[in-house]
Design a protein around this ligand. Structure first.
Ligand SMILES: *[C@@H]1O[C@H](CO)[C@@H](O)[C@H](O)[C@H]1NC(C)=O
Length: 287
C-alpha cells in the first residue's frame, strides 16, 4: 500500500504501472531555507524528491528577503517532476524585529486550486502570524478543505497552540466550513510544552480536534532528540472521514533516501509530517 501512495511520478519515470491511491499533504520545516540551500545541489536534489511526493506541501522557515530561493525550488521541482505543474502561495515575511521567515504552500496546480487565502494581521498574539488557505481539488473525496499553517515561536508554543483554537473558529465562520487541518512545526513537545500546560490548550482538549501525529512520534532528524514538534490536527468529521486511516506519519528521509545523519541534517533538522486523503471517484477513474 505504502509504495502505491507515492507513485504518480514514480510510475511515469520507471514505466511501471502503479496507481496512485491517495492525495498527500505534508508540512515541512526546511530549516532556514534560503539562497545557500538553493545553491546546494545535494540539498536541492533531496528536497525535490521529498516535495514531489506530495500534492500539497506546507513549507516553513523560508528565509530569503529577495525571494529567489523559493523560485529556484519551484523551477527545480517542475523540472524534476514533469508529470505535474507546481505552483506556490507564500505568506508575507513574518516575525518581530529583524528575524523574518515565510510560510509557503507548494501545490500541484493540475490537481489542486487555491480558492482563497488568509494571513492573520500583525498582532501581539503571535510572534509569527499563521497563514491559511482554502483548497479545492476534485481529486479528493472531500473536494474542499482549509489548511492552517503555523510555525510557533518555541518560547510561546503553549500559548500560541491555545490561540490557534480561536483562529480555527474564525476561519470556520469566515469560510463556512468545519473542515480545517492545522499543520506545521508547532513545537508541540518536549520542554516547549511543560506537562502542566497541556490542560490549558483548547486545541488539544476540545474533542472536535483530532491529533493525527501522536506525542510518541519523532519528527526530528537528529538521533539525539526524540520529539513530536511537527503536527497534523484535523477538525471536521467530513475531513476526518476523508483521511486514509493510519496514513499520518513523519517521513524519514534519512532512511528513504539512504542518507547519513550528517547529510540529512544538511537538508533540515525536521522530518516532514504527512497524511493522505482518499481519492474521489473521478480521480480513481483518471489516475
Ligand atoms: C530514521 O532513519 C534512520 C536511518 O534508518 C534511523 O537511524 C532513525 O532512527 C530514523 N528516525 C526516526 C525518527 O524514525
Amino acid at each position: 500500500m505504502e509504495g502505491r501512495c507515492i507513485a504518480i511520478s514514480f510510475a511515469i519515470s520507471t514505466g511501471v504501472e502503479v496507481v496512485a491511491s491517495s492525495f498527500k499533504i505534508c508540512a515541512f520545516n526546511i530549516r532556514s531555507f534560503g539562497r545557500a540551500k538553493a545553491a546546494n545541489q545535494q540539498v536541492m536534489g533531496a528536497l525535490v524528491q521529498i516535495l514531489s511526493r506530495c500534492d500539497i506541501s506546507a513549507v516553513q522557515e523560508v528565509r530569503d528577503a529577495k525571494g529567489s530561493a523559493i523560485q529556484t525550488l519551484l523551477r527545480e521541482l517542475n523540472r524534476y517532476d514533469s508529470s505535474h505543474r507546481y505552483r506556490h502561495l507564500e505568506s508575507s515575511r513574518l516575525g518581530r524585529g529583524s528575524y523574518k521567515e515565510q510560510m509557503v504552500f507548494v501545490y500541484r496546480r493540475d490537481i489542486v486550486s487555491v480558492i482563497d487565502w488568509y494571513q492573520l494581521g500583525d498582532s501581539d498574539a503571535f510572534v509569527r502570524a499563521p497563514f491559511a488557505a482554502r483548497f479545492r481539488s476534485s481529486y479528493t473525496a472531500i473536494l474542499e478543505f482549509v489548511l492552517l499553517l503555523h510555525h510557533t515561536s518555541p518560547r510561546e508554543a503553549a500559548h500560541e497552540l491555545d490561540l490557534l483554537f480561536g483562529v480555527c473558529v474564525e476561519l470556520m465562520q469566515k469560510w463556512k466550513t468545519e473542515n480545517v487541518m492545522v499543520l506545521g512545526d508547532l513545537n508541540a513537545a518536549g520542554a516547549y510544552i511543560p506537562a502542566s500546560a497541556w490542560a490549558g490548550i483548547r486545541l488539544r482538549n476540545h474533542l472536535a480536534f483530532h491529533w493525527l501525529i501522536g506525542d510518541a512520534v519523532d519528527t526530528t532528524v537528529s538521533r539525539r532528540t526524540c520529539c513530536a514538534y511537527d503536527r497534523i490536527i484535523v477538525h471536521g468529521e467530513e475531513l476526518l472521514a476523508a483521511v486514509v486511516p493510519r496514513s499520518a506519519k513523519a517521513f524519514n528521509f534519512t532512511e528513504e533516501l539512504g542518507l547519513t545523519e550528517e547529510e540529512a541534517l544538511e537538508i533540515s533538522d525536521h522530518y516532514p509530517v504527512e497524511v493522505n486523503l482518499q481519492l474521489s471517484p473521478k480521480a480513481q477513474r483518471e489516475l
